[in-house]
Write a protein that binds this ligand. Structure first.
Ligand SMILES: [Zn+2]
Length: 752
């Protein structure tokens, strides 16, 4: 008895291995070290004591600190800004510094700026409107560069310096030793640009009522970052790739007309000098209002202020610790509201400043969106550490510590489209979100746009969906398909310096955001992803992370090897395309098949001797309906055998499958990705299966899977929820979907 059962088992084994499933060849294609899963050791910088292999700052990590004390004065009528700036530079590095590099961003608007010169031009203007007038019709350029009046040492003596476009080198009298401090002063002024006519991330907007709103940033000479990754980060500012900045403490006095309302980075030091008693009272009320914004200045009050002009000046005094930059907004046109946000027991203020032109949209949404953003981002990263976040209405979207400038202007009659409202909610979420990346997790924006824009656009998706579950984000994997499937000669890897990438928006915002969303939802799952993402955010809070620190931390905190994902998604322009190439169906029969006979002949086996000892796997023809399908237990000799088995095996054998499908998946796309499947059965029920990307490790062109089922499969869909940015879904279904009927195809042909 024992022997017979052994014999039967071995026959079953022979039959299944010979006739049914041919195991995939385990032979790798080409050199294994060239495959899509090879580790990133050749690409990432070697870990050291400042940046560890785990992706955390090392024990020898240091960063410079720069403190600023500034006196700033606005000449409202002339549109000029004056500054007197005292800088304290702390050399926390282990290096001797012979010179310091200062960023002069406003020189991008200097008369001799090279920024317009590097752009290829064509003259295709058909007409002039207010928005295009200055670009097409003005002979001379606006002169918005810095006028540096002096650069002086602490003792008042002049410091030797050299200006190269947007960068200024200050030659130190003697090298600055590790741990030493250097104090110096710069006096400057510049003409403020009209950001509507001349563009820019800062400037003023003039209104027909004779007033302007000023949103002012990059307005003072700022230190470049010095670190062990770039040395001095002194790549020129061409107007696109943003900023690399050190943290420091700011003490800033801003002198503006007395009837202006003003917000800036930092904590207001002298509310009694600049706010009326009523306004101070309203602020106190707002600090306790966690549900709705409270007006500090109403629209009625702002409209009244528009018609008057104070001849007096007021000085607003702000202090901000541990910030990488400083910006402010000022105008007599501003309406002002604020509400309290509870961040883990700490009260933070959400604040908005907007002219009446922003209403009714702004009073309805701005401050609430700020509050929602602070709450959501804090959940996914760390508790928001500053005391406030301000959203200012301006026709742009730009971020600074604690304050940002956002678009979203209704029509003059106050009506607005759903699209405009969505755009405004999106931009406020995005720009307030930048407080986290890069204002606190302070990556090098000049070098890597994606590190702040990509990470921020990703968290933005989750914050927007929290504000409105039906929000259309435009940053999901399916949204990046047209870009990734587009002309390869206009694509750059995400890992490119920002000034050199084609299609800046999709490259640096949407693709990294969609990639991170895919990592969270599809590849890692929210639990592992969120922990790793939070770990990265906390590790690099108030520090300067690099891409390697991010890639390494995400793996370090999750136990997932994601090198294949970083390599494909961030370092190449490959795209996802996975499909079903072929489906073979098999069923069980007691009649020897042609294939069985062939194999038997080769093995010198007489199949007649195995009658009632073997069943055969027959392949169904395409479209063939299999009738009276059987499972192993439907054959008497097999059932008799099953009856002799231990209970546990018997019950499993009774569930033996009736249908066998060998599915070949193809991968015309260069990226490896998980295969996500939806199987639909004859009774309408559905089943999902996900195979990790590692399924492609031995053969990246095609892989096979066998499905053994009790119900017939009627359809197979790859990536049914469009999670993987698959650029061509025409091969994603079996049986193939006929998209158009024959007549439509014929019509298309005739049209040519
Ligand atoms: Zn951004």
């Amino acid at each position: 008895m024992k022997r017979i059962s052994y014999f039967l088992l071995s026959l079953l084994f022979v039959s299944s291995s010979l006739f049914a499933q041919e195991q995939e060849s385990k032979k790798p294609q080409g050199h294994t070290d060239q495959n899509k899963f090879r580790q990133m050791k050749d690409v990432l910088a070697t870990p050291n004591e400042t940046r560890t292999a785990s992706g955390a700052p090392g024990h020898a990590y240091t960063q410079q600190k720069v403190d600023y004390v500034m006196d700033i004065r606005l000449d409202e009528d002339k549109h000029q800004l004056y500054g007197d700036e005292k800088i304290t530079y702390h050399n926390n590095s282990k290096d001797y510094l012979e010179y310091l590099w200062i960023q002069l961003d406003q020189n991008m608007r200097a008369k001799d700026s090279k920024t317009p010169d590097i752009n290829s031009e064509s003259f295709n203007a058909a007409f002039n409107g207010p928005r295009t007038f200055s670009n097409t019709n003005l002979k001379s350029r606006f002169d918005g560069g810095f006028n540096i009046e002096h650069v002086k040492n602490e003792d008042g003596s002049d410091l030797s310096h050299t200006i190269n476009q947007t960068m200024m080198r200050i030659n130190l009298p003697k090298p600055l030793a590790p741990g030493e401090v250097f104090k110096f002063q710069i006096k400057w002024w510049y003409n403020i640009n009209n950001h509507i006519l001349d563009g820019g991330r800062s400037g003023y907007e003039a209104f027909p009522d004779g007033n302007s709103t000023f949103v002012i940033a990059q307005f003072f000479p700022r230190l470049c970052v010095y670190d062990n990754v770039e040395g001095w980060q002194n790549m020129q500012f061409w107007g696109r790739s943003e900023f690399a900045l050190e943290f420091g403490d700011y003490d800033v006095k801003l002198t503006v007309p007395s009837d202006h309302k003003l917000e800036a980075t930092g904590v207001l030091q002298n509310p009694k000098d600049v706010l009326s008693r009523e306004q101070q009272k309203r602020f106190a009320t707002a600090k306790k209002s966690f549900k709705d914004p409270v007006f500090i200045v109403t629209q009625e009050e702002a409209e009244k202020a528009e018609t008057e002009r104070s001849k007096k000046q007021s000085t607003w005094h702000f202090k901000a610790d541990k910030v990488r930059d400083f910006a402010f907004a000022t105008s007599r046109k501003f309406i002002w509201d604020a509400m309290a946000v509870d961040i883990n027991g700490k009260t933070v203020m959400a604040i908005s400043l907007y002219s009446k032109e922003g209403n009714p949209l702004w009073e309805e949404h701005s401050t609430r969106v700020v509050a929602n953003t602070l709450e959501e981002y804090s959940k996914l990263t760390f508790d928001y550490p500053y005391n406030k976040a301000v959203s200012v209405h301006a026709q742009m979207g730009m971020e600074y510590p604690m304050i940002c400038f956002n678009y979203g202007r209704p029509n003059p009659d106050g009506t607005y489209s759903e699209r405009l409202k969505r755009g405004m909610i999106g931009v406020i979420t995005h720009e307030v979100g930048h407080n986290f990346f890069p204002m606190i997790v302070n990556s090098d924006e000049r070098q890597w746009t994606w590190m702040d824009e990509g990470l921020n656009s990703f968290v933005e998706i989750l914050a927007e969906l929290d504000y409105d579950p039906n929000f259309i984000t435009g940053n999901l994997p399916k949204d990046i398909v047209p870009y990734m499937g587009g002309d390869q000669s206009y694509l750059s890897p995400i890992m490119s310096q920002g000034d050199y990438v084609y299609q800046f928006g999709p490259n640096a915002y949407t693709k990294p955001a969609a990639g991170l969303y895919m990592l969270r939802q599809t590849i890692m799952g929210p639990e592992l992803f969120d922990h790793a993402f939070r770990t990265y955010s906390k590790r690099w809070m108030f520090k300067h992370p690099t891409p390697a620190d991010f890639f390494r931390t995400m793996e370090d905190a999750s136990a997932m090897d994601l090198d294949w994902f970083w390599r494909g998604w961030f370092y190449t322009t490959d795209y996802t395309d996975i499909g079903v190439k072929e489906v073979k169906r098999y069923y069980l029969t007691d009649q020897p098949t042609e294939r069985a006979k062939e194999v038997a002949k080769r093995s010198n086996l007489n199949l007649d001797e195995y009658k009632d000892k073997l069943v055969y796997f027959a392949e169904a023809e395409e479209g063939e309906v299999i009738e009276n399908e059987k499972s192993a237990s439907d054959f008497k000799f097999l059932n008799d055998y099953i009856e002799t088995l231990p209970e546990e095996f018997k019950s499993r054998a009774k569930e033996a499958p009736k249908y066998f499908y060998e599915v070949t998946f193809e991968k015309p796309g260069g990226l490896v990705m998980p295969i996500i499947l939806e199987l639909t059965y004859e009774d309408g029920t559905k089943e999902r299966k996900t195979y990790p990307a590692q399924i492609w490790r031995y053969n990246e062109n095609e892989v096979k899977k066998v499905f053994r089922t009790q119900k017939a499969i009627t359809s197979i869909v790859v990536d049914p929820d469009l999670e993987t940015a698959d650029v061509d879904t025409s091969n994603n279904t079996w049986p193939k979907k006929v998209k158009e009927n024959k007549f439509d195809q014929f019509k298309e042909k005739v049209k040519g």
